[in-house]
Design a binder for this molecule. Structure first.
Ligand SMILES: Nc1nc2c(ncn2[C@@H]2O[C@H](COP(=O)(O)OP(=O)(O)OP(=O)(O)O)[C@@H](O)[C@H]2O)c(=O)[nH]1
Length: 367
């Protein structure tokens, strides 16, 4: 069942945080599930220490684990928000009650109240609550924890020795440390993954997997500076698919897309590793050729033209012949990148006007 994209009416009063993105929401769900897995380890550890110290409360600890276990699937990514929200609230309340009951019974020296700290990452990374509410919840948790630290003597019936309470306190501190580390580390890994994906999306064209115009602009500016400093020739080829509109109109956009992929593969295969190929616009490609003079660039452009003309596209039960017109220009002393590309563009459109399916060089003398 598709999850509703509209906020449930009972949440309409809740402040929407600008950071409340799908990513944060998905991340929060896997966070809650990790938190449940941590509980699955924590409760048996508590039960073990309590059992070793002859406290009947070990049963309560195990019982809490079995009650919380079914919430794992209820907090999964596929669940609707109407299922997830009550589940996570119930879970949070149960953890709070567990901490409160055990702190009341064993007193602050058993350190159960420290576990409040391990909830901080869950509150901070929650998607649907606003920043002010998060700060308020964290503040309340801090007050609760410090009050417990100062005021809870524990009941007289708990019959735990000072050594046993010390063991519990160390265990709880350890749990706190490990769960905060695990949750923040998980967050760090997810954010790093998303960041590299965003970097990829910002630099590459999704259709052809070539670098996009924005990234090519940066690469080309660096290359212009370097070629000037080290005094080596730098050329560009601007290639445009001939009559591409006709391919789209006759065979549809999906075939047009495959045709663009086909051309980009042929261009990339001919370019050297040190060259950079980019999807410059709709059906335009730019190739940057460092250490290549005008004559060399014309040869590369001619090879690309011939290869595209000789390699029809076979797709969707079609055999489609394609052709390119290419403009070539070499960087002149003191010329700016934009001027260089403009000359290649002018040469390209000379080729379009003349005959198409040809290579035209930009003559620096004539410009
Ligand atoms: N399928 C597909 N078409 C695209 C894409 N980007 C641009 N186009 C199309 O490319 C076509 C370009 O058409 P024109 O600029 O008229 O050029 P042309 O038909 O190749 O003609 P000439 O360049 O003069 O040979 C337009 O129909 C655009 O819609 C894309 O990503 N996919």
């Amino acid at each position: 069942m598709m999850e509703s994209t509209r906020m449930p009416s009972f949440l309409s009063g809740v402040e929407r945080d600008p950071l409340d993105t799908d990513f944060i929401r998905m991340n929060f769900r896997s966070f809650v599930q990790r938190g449940i897995l941590i509980i699955m380890v924590v409760n048996p550890l508590h039960a073990l220490v309590l059992w070793l110290n002859h406290s009947a409360w070990w049963q309560l600890s195990l019982m809490a684990m079995f009650i919380q276990l079914p919430f794992y699937p209820l907090c999964g990514q596929q669940r609707s928000f109407a299922v997830f929200l009550p589940s996570v609230l119930a879970l949070f309340s149960m953890v709070a009650v567990y901490i409160w009951l055990f702190s009341e019974h064993f007193g602050s020296s058993a350190g159960f109240h420290y576990l409040i700290m391990s909830l901080i990452p869950l509150v901070i990374f929650a998607g649907r609550i606003g920043l002010r509410l998060k700060v308020l919840i964290c503040l309340l948790m801090a007050i609760g924890m410090f009050m417990a630290e100062l005021k809870l003597p524990g009941t007289t019936t708990n019959s735990m020795s000072t050594e046993a309470l010390e063991q519990l306190r160390i265990l709880n501190l350890l749990i706190c440390f490990i769960s905060i580390s695990m949750l923040t580390f998980t967050h760090f890994v997810t954010v790093s993954r998303i960041q590299s994906k965003l970097q990829y999306l910002a630099a590459y064209d999704p259709l052809t997997q070539l670098v996009n115009r924005r990234r090519m602009g940066q690469l080309a500016e660096q290359e212009v500076l370097q070629s000037r400093r080290q005094q080596y020739p730098l050329s560009v080829i601007l290639a445009d698919v001939d009559n591409f509109k006709m391919i789209n109109d006759r065979h549809g956009h999906p075939v047009g897309d495959v045709a663009l992929q086909h051309v980009s593969e042929l261009i990339s295969a001919i370019a050297r590793d040190t060259d950079s190929c980019c999807r410059w616009g709709g059906e335009e490609f730019l190739v940057l050729l460092p250490h290549t003079n005008l004559q060399g660039a014309i040869q590369v452009a001619e090879r690309i033209r011939q290869q595209v003309a000789a390699t029809p596209l076979n797709a969707h039960d079609l055999e489609l012949e394609m052709q390119l017109t290419l403009g070539v220009a070499m960087l002149m002393p003191n010329e700016k990148l934009a001027e260089l590309i403009k000359r290649a563009d002018t040469a390209l459109y000379e080729g379009k006007r003349a005959s198409r399916n040809c290579v035209v060089k930009s003559d620096p003398q004539s410009s």
